[in-house]
Structure formats: C-alpha cells, structure tokens
Design a protein around this ligand. Structure first.
Ligand code: FES
Ligand code: FES
Length: 178
C-alpha cells in the first residue's frame, strides 16, 4: 500500500496518532515498524538517522515527551498520544536555527554530521535538566551518543559555550530591574 513502510507484511497496519514537531500527525504502521521507520519513510524526516539499530549509538535519538529516546528501539505503535520532537523541530517557524544548532555550527562540532541530530536533541534536554552542567556532567550526559568522526572535543566546546551564553542571558538585568 502506498505510504506504508517496508516490504514485509508482519502484523496489521494500524493508525497511530501523535504530535510531531508541534503538529498533529497520523501514520499507518505495522506492529514491527520502529519510530525511525515511520519518521523517515512516511514523514520524510531524514534528520532522524539510524546507525547501529540496537540502541547503542544514539544516532536515532528523538525526544519523546521531552525525553531523549532511541527511535530504533521504539515501536511506532507505542508513539500513540506522545509528543515527538526530531531535529527538524528545533528550528523556529521561520526556519531560524535554535541556539543549540547555532552553537554546533559556530564550533564546527561535526565532520560527517551523521551523529549530529542525536547530539542536538540530547543537548536540548541536558540544558533543561542541568542548566549549570559542568564539562564532566556534559560528557556523562551525552555518553550515550557516539561520534565515529571523533568530534567530541568540539561538541563539548559547543555545549559548554551554549551553557555559558544561556547563563549570561539569564543573569542579564531586565527593564524591571532598572
Ligand atoms: S540507531 Fe538507534 S541507538 Fe544506534
Ligand atoms: S560527525 Fe561523523 S559521526 Fe559524528
């Protein structure tokens, strides 16, 4: 059937509805399809990458209700009612990059960029959970994301710079302080 993923017919195709990057979305998924399968093959969100396919590399990281999860390990049918964010959801409506993406660009924190979507999404949650994270905490938090190009030092520089910039903005005096 047009619009369905894969060629093997295993289980029934079910309608699965969720919020994808802020937009109500319905896909048709068979019970063996992963979230990565439907996001790439039906929603054409190619920022969602599949590396190892077994939960070891973090390339497929998406946010599920705000939490970083390995999309290769999540059955699409279990996304029903959830809020899913992919790297495409980090930009604002006008296509302006988020400050997270901007920091990675400024620090050239990638080479091939296969891992970058996963790092960006994990960093989004890191900033929410530990806004004053130390370099050690950044390394520990992002340890589930692997970069085969070895861009770790530049990624660390981008994230620590971003943390510092956000702290500076948060501490800046407002009109109400004047
Ligand atoms: S592709 Fe999902 S963790 Fe590697
Ligand atoms: S930049 Fe190539 S895998 Fe990370």
């Amino acid at each position: 059937m047009e619009g369905e993923v894969g060629t093997n017919v295993v289980g029934e195709a079910l309608e699965v509805s969720f919020v994808l990057n802020g937009r109500a979305t319905t896909v048709r998924a068979r019970t063996h399809h992963t979230l990565v399968d439907v996001l790439r093959d039906q929603e054409h969100l190619y920022g969602v990458r599949e590396g190892c396919g077994v939960g070891m590399c973090g390339a497929c990281t998406v946010l599920v209700d705000g939490e970083p999860q390995s999309g290769c390990l999540i059955l699409a049918v279990s996304a029903e009612g959830r809020e899913i964010t992919t790297v495409e959801g980090l930009e604002d409506a006008s296509g302006e990059l988020s400050d997270i993406q901007d920091a990675f660009v400024r620090h050239t924190a990638f080479q091939c960029s296969y891992c970058t979507s996963g790092f960006l999404l994990a960093t989004k949650r890191l900033l929410e959970e530990i806004p004053d994270a130390s370099p050690h905490e950044v390394k520990t938090y992002l340890a589930g994301n692997l970069c085969r190009c070895g861009s770790y030092m530049k990624i660390l520089a981008a994230v620590t710079d971003l943390l510092e910039r956000r702290r500076t903005v948060a501490l800046a005096p407002t009109k109400e302080d004047a």
